[in-house]
Design a protein around this ligand. Structure first.
Ligand SMILES: C[S@@+](CC[C@H](N)C(=O)[O-])C[C@H]1O[C@@H](n2cnc3c(N)ncnc32)[C@H](O)[C@@H]1O
Length: 658
């Protein structure tokens, strides 16, 4: 018996995800206030209408029925679509936001304006990248409350599991910020017994990182590998041996090369004779039999869970496609070779399918296409969809682009939509005293006083559908906790479960005097999207048709550039540094990234009969083939074009009939 009990340190640290709030009843991990997750899982994945936007390449797309897919939409609704279509995947790689606390942005470069003669001369001398005029475009935010992130991730994992074949594997790429919690989710969703490896990928050398004053530098990411069941694919991989490795591990040398020796345990007569005949029998000292193993015969070093033979992509790597979190193709190539066969069946009629539900730059789709697997790329952001489309087109892949109509045409991406909403809700004020963070802000009305406004956080896709659990939180918790004397609150929604039922629920359960007004956010969002204006002229020539762009006006970009210039001017005053504002020419052609003509359809699914993309340096990529030509403001087609599509440098696309 102990002499006495000594108290522990009394408190744990605030701010961590609280694991003692996890209950494992009903096989659902539940963090604090997590009943909503349970309800949503019970309800199912939201299935929306899906529109085919474009087919790139020539259908039918190879053996095995399923087409390669690029899907604009969020992970869970993409999984709902796949499940409904009966599409299953054999390998999943995901590299979701890491809860890294960062906002990711993309540099947007003005292109060379073919209408300005002096600019042509300037461009013909090698252009200096630093001189290129650029501004930034927010792509997505990665700032989360831990528990929100884990709830969100849990639903995503459950959705992904629903579309994995029984023999599939999943690789989840994460890092130190939240990886330790995510592994618990993976155990819960896929089962501890199906855990295969925690792969440590060394992404940087110590010399590649900044010295930190108070802790060690972090130079690796983590990839968790889980299988769906006991029957999964593992194909051992071998790394090439380096000269240094050979010298260290094959210490002897003769006329045939470097070798090491190994002991043979109870060899048969036949083995001994074979070794003797091949000249490999080494010694039989002390009754022990040893034989020679030559370095040149080795299969290589068996790959283990520590990957340090290639690093993260450098800023100037050849495969870079201007996507800040882009991973190397080598990583995906390895994961596929390791865990996914080329064919689903012995008869070789069905290719295996590799899916990435947070596809970003399209590294998984590109590597899958190179390795002859089918691919499914999903991402919520328009920049991702355009980047992967152009990347795959250059790689000569065949695929379809689908858009999930989840009730809202998001403004480029959810991050930018949230920023826009601040300006669009008439009279919205943020940070007013007495209005908690639950509310997006409040509007002050002469008759109704201060009206708190709720807006779903579009970055957290779980909040998208306004349902009874959310309304319940509002009326039974948030209205009671209001520190101001409100007569009314406005609840914006982007998608609604069952409006009549919700209104009845409010009538029956709202114990306060505060009126709850439901408003459709989409009405506001429609006002956000102002189409660009394309002024073009098509003429018949001896060889076909020539379409010339005379003028391109993009109010969205002009506004954005105006904001950028304003910020630059303010900073230059504060820092006493010179700032060169971005000026847009009269014709505005420097705002164009891609022009395409459709000579087949005048409406419906887009068909690119021919297209020109202008890269950062002003060079033209014609139908996916790079050139050293500068764009001359024209696009040529064999057939008469019926429609023209222009993508501006921020990714907004406008289609006009010709
Ligand atoms: C870390 S990046 C992926 C980078 C990618 N592995 C690559 O190599 O380019 C994460 C991506 O997830 C996307 N994303 C964020 N939330 C999403 C959601 N709910 N559904 C689908 N995609 C989402 C973002 O737009 C972003 O492109």
């Amino acid at each position: 018996m102990p002499i006495k009990y000594i108290p522990y340190y009394p408190n744990t640290v605030e701010g961590q995800a609280i694991l003692d709030n996890i209950t494992r009843t009903q096989r659902v991990l539940r963090y604090r206030e997590n009943d909503k997750v349970y309800d949503r899982i019970k309800r199912g994945m939201p299935y929306y209408e899906v529109e085919t936007l474009e087919t790139v390449g020539t259908p039918p797309l190879g053996v095995g029925g399923l087409e390669n897919l690029v899907i604009r939409g969020e992970c869970i609704s993409a999984c709902a679509y796949l499940k409904e279509q009966g599409i299953k995947v054999d390998l999943v790689y995901i590299d979701p936001p890491f809860a890294s606390g960062a906002d990711y942005a993309k540099k947007v470069y003005l292109r060379r304006n073919p209408k300005l003669a002096e600019k042509i001369a300037e461009a013909e001398q090698q252009m200096d990248m630093d001189e290129l005029k650029a501004f930034e475009e927010k792509m997505y935010g990665d700032i989360w409350q831990k528990e929100d992130y884990l709830n969100w991730m849990y639903e995503n994992l459950m959705a992904i599991k629903s579309v994995m074949t029984d023999t599939a594997s999943i690789f989840l790429h994460i890092d130190w910020h939240i990886g330790h919690y995510v592994k618990i989710l993976m155990d819960e969703v896929f089962g501890e017994d199906n855990f295969k490896n925690e792969i440590v990928w060394k992404t940087q050398t110590p010399s590649g990182m900044k010295a930190l004053a108070n802790k060690l530098g972090s130079t690796h990411d983590t990839i968790f590998w889980y299988a769906k069941s006991e029957t999964f694919t593992y194909q051992p991989q071998f790394l090439e041996v380096s000269e240094q490795y050979i010298k260290r591990n094959y210490p002897y040398e003769d006329e045939k090369g470097f070798y090491k020796t190994a002991e043979l345990q109870e060899p048969s007569e036949a083995t001994l004779n074979k070794l003797k005949a091949d000249g490999l029998l080494y010694t039989t000292k002390n009754g022990k039999i040893r034989y020679k193993m030559y370095a040149e015969n080795t299969e290589g070093i068996l790959l283990d869970d520590f990957w340090n033979d290639f690093l993260a992509l450098s800023a100037t790597a050849g495969e870079r496609v201007s996507y800040s979190t882009q991973k190397p193709e080598m990583l995906l190539d390895r994961i596929m070779r390791l865990s996914c066969k080329n064919w689903r069946n012995e008869e070789k009629t069905e290719r295996t399918v590799v899916a990435d539900f947070f596809g970003g730059s399209g590294v998984t789709a590109k590597a899958a296409s190179d390795l002859k697997r089918k691919f499914i790329h999903v991402d919520i952001g328009i920049n991702s969809i355009q980047t992967v489309r152009d990347r795959l087109k250059e790689a000569k892949a065949n695929f379809q682009i689908l858009e999930i109509k989840d009730g809202v045409s998001l403004f480029r991406n959810p991050q930018q939509t949230m920023d826009k909403l601040k300006m669009l809700i008439p009279g919205l004020l943020q940070g007013l005293p007495g209005i908690s963070k639950f509310w997006f802000g409040a509007v002050v009305h002469s008759k109704d006083g201060t009206i708190p406004v709720y807006v779903p956080n579009l970055l957290n896709t779980q909040e998208k559908v306004l349902d009874i659990p959310t309304i319940n939180t509002i009326i039974n918790q948030e209205l009671q906790n209001l520190e101001i004397n409100a007569k009314k609150v406005i609840v914006y929604y982007i998608d609604i479960d069952d409006q009549k039922e919700l209104e009845k629920f409010i009538r029956d359960n709202n114990a306060t005097e505060i009126e709850v007004e439901l408003k459709d956010l989409k009405n506001l969002l429609h006002d956000v999207v102002i189409e660009d204006i394309i002024d073009s002229k098509t003429t018949k020539t001896a060889a076909g048709y020539e379409t010339e762009i005379n003028k391109f006006i993009s109010d969205r970009l002009i506004q954005k550039i105006g904001e950028f210039n304003q910020k630059g001017n303010l900073q230059s005053i504060a820092k006493g540094k010179k700032f060169n504002p971005i000026n847009i020419s009269e014709e505005g052609l420097e705002l164009i990234e891609l022009i395409a003509l459709d000579c087949e359809n005048s409406e419906g699914q887009w068909h690119s009969s021919t297209e020109i993309k202008i890269d950062k340096l002003g060079y033209v990529i014609r139908d996916g083939v790079k050139s050293k030509d500068f764009w001359d403001g024209k696009i040529i087609s064999n057939k008469k074009p019926l429609r023209i599509k222009v993508r501006n440098i921020s990714g907004d696309e406008t289609i006009k009939s010709i």
